[in-house]
Write a protein that binds this ligand. Structure first.
Ligand code: TXA
Ligand code: MG
Length: 362
């Protein structure tokens, strides 16, 4: 699977006008052991038949993913969950009713049908039912559970457009299904429901508050680096990291965050670096003013705005998409404006911190 180049066929599946014959070809290839990238509402996934050990192992090879980092099993609808898990805890029933299909992944005891490589040696399996209509159509056509990590090379930002997938997977897998932009833009919330108290392994669009409201128990946060056994092996690896060093503009108010972001840009330019910026419109304006005031008017700065205010929805949708062109443009630094850590801001800041930890070590 690795090494030999393959021709990657792009299947177009815009909403309401899916290439059904193309989807069928891709689904048949997946059932036969090939890898297929497909859109979901969070990020694009790199799918393999979860019943086929060889196919699942090829995901790890193609991504360059460590073998002890387990994969999420994707199902066409919630009625299939009992086919892949040993049991469904009562708390999980409430969460499934409230949030699935959608951007929530539940870790439960694994059933015997799933290839062992999916769980990377754990006795649990992570399960998710995407709400994206193209994902649902593709999973129904395949008719098998589909193991899928995000469709990026290990250590690169998750793909939120088919073109991001092509950058990382073009020439390595036979099919990429193009369903346009991902609505959420950050990976799913991962919640372990095997114990009495749910453990939040990865924050996402389904927030801790929403989980508490749905099941009456406040989830415990797990960084994955705490003492004791690592419950989500993926959390110990570098993730979501662009090539450039990522710096974060912080502050108590929107104005302070914008100011700090602009100051960081000014310092980095003064130090001779080429700088990319992902920030609210206010910071972008401040940076433009500095640019105008610069002696020779030559500022090696690329600006991407996520909108007017502390808008965590827009910032999350655009974060990974911003990393791609900024990184490709060869900047040495990416300055990202922070958001308050509430609601979706928790998941956004989790990804920003991971991206900024990349060059400073783990
Ligand atoms: O939104 C998403 O979840 C996307 C789309 C494609 O569905 N998928 C995704 O997969 O982000 P991946 O492989 O990039 O991240 C899966 C995370 C990893 O941190 C992994 O360690 C954790 O889920 N995970 C998977 N199986 C697990 C298990 N049995 N126990 C604990 N953590 C698990
Ligand atoms: Mg990933």
């Amino acid at each position: 699977m690795t090494g030999e180049p393959v021709e990657t066929r792009l299947i177009r599946a815009p909403r309401g006008a899916m290439d059904l014959a193309g989807l069928r070809l891709a689904a048949d290839a997946l059932v036969a052991g090939k890898l297929v990238a497909f859109p979901t509402e969070t990020v694009y996934g790199l799918g393999a038949n979860a019943l086929d050990e060889e196919a699942v192992l090829s995901i790890y090879k193609v991504k360059g993913r460590p073998g002890d980092n387990p994969l999420i099993v994707h199902l066409a609808h919630t009625g299939l969950i009992p086919t892949v898990v040993a049991d469904i805890p009562p708390m999980a029933v409430l969460l499934i009713e409230r949030f699935m299909p959608g951007p929530l992944t539940l870790v439960m005891r694994r059933g015997p049908s799933i290839a062992s490589a999916v769980s990377a040696g754990l006795d649990t399996v992570a399960v998710r039912c995407p709400s994206h209509p193209v994902a649902q159509a593709f999973l129904s056509m395949a008719g098998v559970p589909v193991a899928a990590p995000s469709a990026n090379l290990s250590g690169r930002p998750s793909p939120t457009y088919a073109r991001h997938v092509m950058e990382d997977m073009g020439g390595k897998i036979p099919f990429v299904i193009d369903g346009g932009a991902c609505e959420v833009g950050l990976e799913s919330t991962v919640l372990d429901v095997t114990g009495d108290v749910p453990v939040l392994l990865r924050p996402g669009a389904v927030t801790a508050d929403q989980i508490r409201e749905a099941c009456g128990v406040t989830p415990r946060r797990s960084s994955g680096t705490a003492q004791g056994p690592v419950r989500s092996p993926g959390m110990k690896y570098r993730h979501y990291a662009p090539r450039a060093t990522v710096l974060v503009g912080v502050g108590r108010s929107l104005a302070a965050r914008a100011r700090h972001t602009a100051e960081l840009v000014q310092e980095e330019v003064a130090a001779g670096h080429r700088v990319g910026v992902f920030a609210a419109a206010r910071a972008i304006l401040l940076i433009r003013e500095m640019q105008k005031a610069a002696p020779d008017g030559e500022w090696p700065v690329r600006l991407i705005s996520y909108g007017e205010l502390d808008d965590s929805v827009q910032a999350s949708v655009r974060l990974f998409d911003a990393f791609h062109p900024l990184d490709a443009s060869g900047v040495d630094r990416i300055v990202v404006q922070s958001l308050p850590e509430k609601g979706l801001g928790v998941a956004y800041m989790n990804r920003v911190h991971k991206a900024s930890a990349h060059k400073t070590g783990e």
